[in-house]
Design a binder for this molecule. Structure first.
Ligand SMILES: [Zn+2]
Ligand SMILES: [Zn+2]
Length: 355
């Protein structure tokens, strides 16, 4: 009998926020405050992903907390510079460093950098690239890594996105596609991406920005079905800028210990699940039988490349132990989504179905 574990990884569980902004760009809290806030709420890992500026916060590391160095890179449509109004297509990618000491930014753009660099007067309001003063751009250029890595054009087109993802991964970064719904990407755009480590299926910031959705699963399935992003993971994130963003989307990492090599390897291999509420204890496919243990939930669905391949609804409100048969042979991949009565969800990563 084929047994497939939808919740791989071993050792301990570490709660993580993988999309966070601080006063380095346009967040309300300093990096030290972010550590304090998340640590108090039971998180062990925070990826600091300020706009355009990779800053290491190694000084915040201790036995119970691991800061991950990262930054959020924006690629803008040519339309943006022509002053066309929103909505316009744009891509935001989070780059998270998997190796110690990484501080060179692939594809750094001094003008984008200057948009977010905190100014002398303490302001951090993002401004359009063309509105950045020469002095601000010059200041951004003085960064050590700017000297080492000359600017490249960063307009959003399929070729540029693919090149950026490839070079960032080669440099040692995990690359996540952020909030595709907020970015007005279509499912057809999923074919433009290649080599992504992850995509957001939930983003708290998007949820608070009508008319946008909080993000959805269908872009994840589009990436999985397209075949250019094998093993792509799915993330629930806060995209934390302000108080209202905190503690709504997170991942639970399964790793032997809390250090960069263990956590980076677990993230890379998809040894985690994402959640906006429910916890997952186990999720297995034994032949065509699904067995799972969750916190109390209303439904559990198994999804493959052709849609929902199996589902169970709690007989009374919610239940925690699940056992049901798939309705047919799964195709391509399988993943599990558990949904609680009030709508929060937990997502496993997709696993390939053995041929
Ligand atoms: Zn963003
Ligand atoms: Zn962000």
């Amino acid at each position: 009998m084929n047994i497939m574990n939808l919740l791989p990884g071993c050792g301990n569980e570490y709660k993580a926020c993988l999309h966070t902004h601080t006063t380095v760009s346009d967040g309300d809290y300093s990096p030290a405050e972010i550590k304090k806030i998340y640590r108090k709420a039971g998180y062990s890992v925070v990826a600091f992903t300020d706009h355009e500026l990779l800053r290491r916060h190694d000084d915040l590391a201790d036995d119970s907390f691991l800061p991950l160095a990262g930054h959020e890179v924006a690629l803008w449509s040519h339309k943006y510079d022509r002053g066309e109004p929103k909505p316009y297509d744009r891509v935001h990618l989070n780059l998270i460093a998997t190796r110690p000491g990484l501080d060179a930014q692939p594809w750094l753009d001094a003008r984008q950098c200057a948009r977010y660099a905190k100014r002398d007067d303490g302001s951090y309001t993002p401004r359009k690239p063309e509105k950045c003063t020469d002095a601000e751009v010059a200041a951004a250029r003085l960064e050590k890594h700017v000297r080492e890595h000359p600017d490249k054009s960063r307009y959003f087109d399929a070729e540029t996105v693919r090149a950026l993802v490839r070079e960032a991964r080669e440099a040692g970064f995990l690359v996540a596609l952020n909030h595709p719904v907020w970015s007005y990407l279509s499912l057809a755009d999923a074919d433009d991406f290649e080599g992504l480590w992850a995509v957001e299926v939930y983003n708290r910031n998007s949820e608070l920005a009508p008319p946008y959705d909080s993000e959805r699963d269908d872009f994840y399935d589009a990436l999985l079905r397209g075949g250019r992003n094998p093993g792509v993971c799915c993330l629930a994130t806060d995209d934390a800028h302000t108080k209202g963003h905190l503690f709504h989307g997170w991942v639970v990492i399964r790793a032997p210990q809390l250090d960069l090599p263990s956590i980076a390897a677990a993230l890379e291999k998809g040894c985690f699940y994402s959640s906006t509420g429910p916890t997952l204890q186990s999720a297995r496919l034994e032949g065509n039988v699904v067995r799972a243990e969750t916190s109390p939930c209303k439904t559990v669905r198994i999804i493959d490349a052709q849609g929902v391949v199996g589902m169970q609804t709690a007989s009374v409100d919610e239940q925690s132990d699940w056992e049901f048969k798939l309705g047919r042979e799964p195709h391509g991949y399988v993943r599990m989504v558990a949904e609680a009565l009030h709508g929060t969800k937990a997502w496993t990563m997709a696993r390939p179905v053995p041929a």
